[in-house]
Ligand binder design. Structure first.
Ligand SMILES: [Zn+2]
Ligand SMILES: [Zn+2]
Length: 363
């Protein structure tokens, strides 16, 4: 089977034949049909997630068909269409699973950048950048509880988006801080995750929904996803004042930060109302928030974070598919380009240049 391998950080991926060991107990071998390119794949490929051992295999926004099941697998059988997720369905037994927060499952031992079941043609074992499985390869082995079955008529390229980008944005709003009707929300960064935070905010009835970015063309797309106001931070003389003006002088009830860097986090915090909540979704490495004065929190503002939209994957992904099927969730509009694996470097470059919401590799 063919795979796109990272041999050197920051260099194009190399398409090569690899071998995959059979699925272990509790694992499922998936024939990948579509893998979307996520910004965290690109951070890994550039070495921005820390310099792990190489060679490594990226990719994690995956949809495909079950090819083979390992021992003890009960949830799926060969032929089932599935989405693969980095967040697990949970053990169902621990404190967090029982209290309805399987995204915090205590029996979920996630190891980022771990050696996986693939060998390259020289017999070297490949590291999985995403830890759990790989995406830029024809087949992958996935733990059973990281899979969600999807309807047979769900298009695979759009299903792949649900694995990470969509749930991260939509879920942060709906599950994470549970925004209510008429609460205001700033969404900083209008890429794949930000647009989904915007459509999540629109879905729950937030108002106003203020999209903040540096590019007018992206802000225009944000309006189509439900933003009621837009602010281009490079053009607005005072973006913080602009948010205050839109929110009756109070500031925003929420600020969802989907981009890396300290500055947007600081700016988002200053856009908050007195009891507002900043939600950190996007981040880089070593973002120490040293510019915050403790007294700013005593007033009532707070900062929290949300990973993978606090998703209960087997509840949330089927719900999102239902919304898509009746036209209440935009997924078609998130796909900019479709590429075969052979052209993956082109697809990555276009994403790096900021031209794409999501480029999808189709197998
Ligand atoms: Zn992702
Ligand atoms: Zn658990």
């Amino acid at each position: 089977m063919k795979a796109a391998i990272c041999y050197e950080f920051g260099k194009p991926l190399v398409i090569e034949e690899v071998t995959l060991e059979p699925p272990e107990k509790g694992e499922v071998k998936v024939r990948i049909v579509a893998t979307a390119i996520c910004h965290s794949d690109i951070h890994s490929i550039k070495g921005e997630h820390g310099a792990c051992k190489l060679p490594a295999l990226p990719g994690h926004e995956v949809a495909g068909y079950v090819e083979e099941v390992g021992e003890n697998v009960k949830y799926v059988q060969p032929g089932d269409p599935v989405v693969c997720c980095l967040v697990r369905a949970g053990c169902g037994q621990c404190y967090y699973c029982i209290t309805g927060l399987p995204n915090f499952c205590e029996n979920w031992n996630f190891e980022f950048q771990r050696p996986g079941p693939y060998l390259n043609k020289n017999g070297e074992r490949l590291i999985l950048f995403a830890g759990l499985y790989a995406g830029f390869v024809e087949y992958t082995n996935v733990p059973e509880d990281a899979l969600v079955k999807i309807p047979k008529d769900m298009p695979m390229d759009r299903a792949a988006l649900l694995a990470c980008g969509v749930i991260s944005g939509f879920g942060a709003v709906v599950n994470g801080v549970k925004v209510k009707p008429f609460e205001s929300a700033v969404v900083m960064g209008t890429g794949g995750v930000g647009l989904n935070a915007i459509q999540g905010a629109a879905f729950v009835g937030a108002h106003p929904i203020i999209a903040v970015d540096v590019l007018d063309n992206k802000l225009e797309v944000a309006r189509a996803f439900g933003a009621t106001h837009t602010i281009n931070v490079t053009k607005a003389s005072d973006p913080i004042e602009a948010v205050k003006k839109i929110t009756y002088g109070r500031g925003s009830d929420y600020a969802f930060i989907t981009v890396a860097g300290i500055e947007p986090k600081r700016q988002g915090f200053l856009m908050l109302a007195k009891n507002g909540i900043e939600v950190i979704i996007g981040h880089g490495m070593n973002e120490f928030l040293s510019s915050f004065d403790a007294v700013e929190f005593v007033g009532g503002r707070s900062i929290t974070g949300c990973a993978m939209g606090a998703s209960r994957i087997r509840i949330d992904i089927p719900r999102l598919i239902e919304l898509y099927q009746v036209g209440r969730l935009k997924l078609d509009e998130l796909i900019t380009g479709r590429y075969p694996l052979e052209r993956i470097n082109e697809a990555i470059e276009s994403t790096v240049r900021g031209e794409a919401l999501r480029n999808v590799i189709i197998f």
